[in-house]
Design a protein around this ligand. Sequence first.
Ligand code: CTP
Length: 433
Amino acid sequence: MLDGKKNVLLAVTGSIAAYKAADIARGFIKKGYSVTVMLTANGAKFITPMTFETLTGSKCLVDTFDRNFKYEVEHISAAKACDLLLVAPASANVIGKIAGGIADDMVTTTILAVTAPKLIAPAMNTAMYDNPIVQDNMKKLKAYGYQFIDPAEGLLACGDTGRGKLADVEDILSVSQGILEETENETEKVSGTELSDLNKSEAGEAPDYAAEAGDAPDYAGRTVVVTAGPTQEAIDPVRYITNHSSGKMGYSLAEAAAKRGAKVVLISGPTALRVPENENISFVPVVSASDMAEAVFTHFEKADILIMAAAVADYTPKTVADQKIKKADGGMTIELARTTDILGTLKDRKREGQFICGFSMETENLLGNSRKKLVKKNLDMIAANSIVDPGAGFGHDTNKVTIIARDGEESLPLISKAETADRILDAIIKRVK
Ligand code: CTP
């Protein structure tokens, strides 16, 4: 806490995305937080300390060989004063150093001394991000309580297209704010200034990061059918009706379930996402609500668990024109017919022991309407998905979901869709007979 305001310690590392850290710093200031920025020597090659000093009104701590300032005191007091440490963008190098306990510069030394919550927003080339060494380092840090906001997909500075782009600045700000608001009791501050003491007090028992929840094979032997993405309802050969679903939530669920040992069938409407390369995921592409219904009915028979994350169209054009419809004067009306309510139909096909989780997206009365759907569609669980909260819903890499089950409810904070997927799977597995 600084001057009565919660303080964010923003560590900026060497990445082309470093310029976005200026928007992050500005975003925190606008929201009423105080911000202290630390730059690694490589970070300082991409953006200058003066930019941050102008934006935050505070000295930017930079790794230099200049020892004119009180180095030891400065980094420890920054570590002690912060309510959240955010590393954004976080390079593979710095993630590796933190995971290895290396403290060879201002930024990594300070991070080791921070006891407040820590959030890391990686940004790097796709091949680097997918490298098992980097993945292992992140897994290790997660086991030590570090939180991550996954990078987005897109065109990267190196010209490649793929995962590795720094997450959306608004999403980073929303997740950070969620963490700062969740930390109700002020973070315990460390009293000593000896680094050895700080390390001792924080370390405790080393967690077994290989046995992290997301990796435990608690879904082994189970078949999980996941639907994802939108459907497209053809009007004529060139036009269709669809919705904004990106498929990210469903794909995250499929990947998380496969990681936890399940055999997964991912039934997906058209999305821009890469088909998961995982031998435990069978991919079933569909286009329309009627294709989706057929695929779900086929695969449901062998499923132990069905998760309907797809945004299935409720209406489809009554007739599909064979040829492109030519415009004419005046307006136009397209007559729509109801599609099959897939979940509504499954209640008659459900076997003893099968578990069904639906999704619900509303613009008003989210929880009330979702509870009604749980009952009406005879579901075991429904994930009520906010689309009004910033950073949640369509297209974002983060989500804010309330899990509604027959025996209780759990509101999840704004977290990455990957993390949301694991929390939903946790909630399902403890209820599956
Ligand atoms: N769903 C489905 N079949 C449809 C439409 C939706 O199985 N034809 C599933 C979705 O995959 C989701 C759940 O039903 O898991 C809730 O969808 P939603 O559209 O939010 O609810 P509806 O029942 O369509 O309610 P409303 O039209 O009142 O929003």
